[in-house]
Design a protein around this ligand. Structure first.
Ligand code: ZN
Length: 118
């Protein structure tokens, strides 16, 4: 599953903010009870009370597991639960949210769409 498609990280993160509970559940299949912000079993490594999503999970997608480590945002969480790379996690989220890939690497530098000519 290799792909040359690329997305703007900030754009994907912005689109996912506020939707992380839906995004994570769609892409990992974990239960809503894993996303309550209360301590519980880790969906990756089990246990009873080692996992907890951040208070701002809806905005950041981050969680912490005492064994797996801290997942600073939803991309890190996806990498952990799906054993994928960062670019793969970015692609998963972008495709779920129907975000268009960049047409080439040059567009990585966000051009200011200010109307300089009008
Ligand atoms: Zn864990």
């Amino acid at each position: 599953m290799t792909s040359n498609l690329r997305w703007d990280i900030a754009q994907v993160a912005q689109a996912a903010a506020g939707k992380w509970p839906v995004v994570i559940r769609q892409l990992t299949g974990i239960a809503a009870s894993n996303l309550t912000g209360k301590y519980g079993p880790c969906p990756k490594c089990g246990g009873k009370d080692r996992w907890r999503t951040f208070a701002d999970f809806e905005q950041t997608g981050g969680a912490n597991c005492f064994l797996c480590g801290r997942m600073a945002d939803g991309f890190a969480l996806l990498q952990n639960l799906r054993n994928c790379s960062f670019p793969e996690s970015l692609q998963l989220v972008a495709e779920l949210l129907n975000i268009e890939p960049l047409t080439n690497d040059l567009t990585m530098s966000n051009q200011d769409p200010a109307k300089l000519i009008s």
